[in-house]
Design a protein around this ligand. Structure first.
Ligand code: S5P
Length: 465
């Protein structure tokens, strides 16, 4: 490690930007060290050193504009921009509500490459969000440079989306320098090593532990049914004919723990539809889930859910909800209802080119986490196992992830649907799979339902044990 890096570690320690001891993190976890670089702007000598280190790191990289993730890294990027004569841009925290409404400030041309500087990397999440904003604005992103890498495997995580990460110093560098200078004892250094060596994801709970930590009776009901039926297969029964509907459901009922309907697809919705459906659900012990994908203001969805021809709230215990209209949709749907009902929020979709962003997904999960009273879990999908795992790590373990877009025999349907295999879906972290045409469009739905149930349940069982 060169003198500049050693000096940086010592300076950060001296000004209290690096602290060791016991600290409570936002997540509630305890950490033996704490890094907060916000105050460095008040130390011009330290900034000068950092800018020199950044410039050396950037020397061999190709980029047209540069940015720093606000707040801490933005002044660093500004200084680098001046000294390297590269234009600076930056991303607003919120899009402007008036005027141009733009998210990125500064002049650039579409197709140019933007290098992103940040102060720290822990999970990589804020890096993905920053890159996404730049990409949406038409810039390309390839390289990230962070001052301190305090992650377990940040570079690997960024690589899952094709980004390269360089860091100026690592936690190990800090421990070495401070140890050598007699500013940190070996025990504490060892604690820090152990802490950083633990992946940032929470320890995976067993399914029983997850059930014990679930306070919502509606989520618990799903988990209990899965265990009782030894199935994590949801049948998506999107057929037009009522006879076909009941014929397939009678045959596949023993294999599934839940049926997902699109009631508006049915050619006719006769008066006996609901009693017949409920009778079959009782006979085969499965749950009824209407994939209505509500998306309007609270007062409208309330009527759509409770009134009209279908009176969905009377027979579907679970429904899907888009969060585009904000949290009040949950009050519209589930407030003042005299039967227990819950929603699955669409956090990600399987459809090619869908407009859901990382940022949107995060906000959906934030709301869902707060509203466990009426949110049993999420609908989600992903490009590959790593991508799904990253997404799943953000979902509270006492809620469920249901994954549609699963098919064992084909990759797509020519209309934008993208399929994952059962194994990838479960390995990524799906608690249950939603299968439609893989079962429904076959000549032998009962045999296919058995095939999907066995594949999904065996993979799930191996994982939860
Ligand atoms: O992102 C999504 C969300 C849902 S709920 N992608 C989906 O495919 N779905 C639903 O899952 C879709 O509406 C359909 O009912 C089912 C998938 O059917 P399949 O025939 O493609 O398996």
């Amino acid at each position: 490690m060169n003198t500049e890096k050693r000096n940086l570690v010592l300076d950060l320690h001296r000004i209290g930007a690096l602290k060791f001891g016991e600290f409570k993190l936002k997540s509630g976890a305890r950490s033996p060290f704490y890094i907060d670089l916000r105050s460095i702007i008040s130390y011009p000598e330290i900034i000068k050193n950092i800018v020199g280190l950044l410039k050396a790191e950037l020397a061999d990289k190709q980029f047209d504009v540069i940015t720093g993730i606000p707040y801490t890294a933005l002044p660093l990027a500004a200084q680098v921009s001046v000294e390297m004569n590269v234009p600076l841009v930056y991303q607003r925290k919120e899009a402007k509500a008036y005027g141009t409404g733009k998210l990125i400030e500064g002049h650039f041309e579409k197709g140019q490459t933007c290098l992103i500087i940040d102060d720290l990397i822990t999970t990589g999440e804020s890096k993905f969000e920053a890159a996404e904003g730049m990409v949406q604005a038409g810039l390309k992103v390839k390289d990230f440079v962070c001052l301190i890498d305090r992650s377990y495997n940040g570079a690997e995580i960024l690589k899952t989306k094709g980004y390269d990460l360089q860091s100026i110093i690592t936690v190990e560098d800090m421990l070495t320098v401070l140890g050598e200078e007699g500013k940190l004892d070996d025990d504490l250094a060892q604690k820090v090593r152990e802490f950083v060596g633990t992946p940032v994801e929470k320890p995976q709970l067993s399914f029983n532990q997850r059930m014990r930590s679930t306070e919502s009776p509606m989520t618990l009901k799903l988990m209990e049914t899965m265990l009782r039926k030894q199935s994590n297969l949801v049948l998506s029964l999107d057929v037009e004919g009522v006879n076909d509907f009941f014929d397939i459901l009678e045959k596949t009922g023993p294999e599934i723990f839940m049926v997902k309907t699109h009631v508006d697809i049915l050619e006719e919705f006769r008066g006996d539809f609901v009693p017949r459906l409920k009778a079959l659900a009782e006979k085969h012990d499965f749950i009824i889930f209407e994939d209505r994908k509500f998306a309007d203001i609270g007062s409208t969805v309330r009527k759509q859910f409770r009134s009209g021809e279908f009176k969905i709230s009377e027979w579907a215990e679970y429904v899907t909800v888009h969060m585009i209209a904000g949290e009040a949709i949950l009050d519209g749907l589930f407030g003042d209802l005299d039967v227990p009902r819950a929603g699955f929020l669409l956090a990600r979709m399987s459809a090619k080119g869908n407009l859901i962003s990382e940022n949107y997904t995060r906000q959906v999960l934030d709301i869902g986490k707060r509203r466990q009273d009426c949110v049993a879990g999420y609908i989600g999908h992903g490009a590959n196992i790593d991508d799904i795992q990253r997404f799943k790590a953000k979902i509270p373990q006492n809620q469920l992830l249901l994954m549609p877009g699963v098919n064992l025999d084909t990759k797509g349907d020519g209309l934008g649907q993208q399929y994952l295999s059962v194994e990838d879906a479960i390995a990524g972290g799906a608690d249950a799979i939603i299968v439609g045409r893989g079962i429904v469009a076959s000549d032998d739905p009962a045999a296919q339902a058995k095939r999907y149930r066995e594949a999904a349940w065996n993979a799930f069982k191996a994982k939860i044990n």
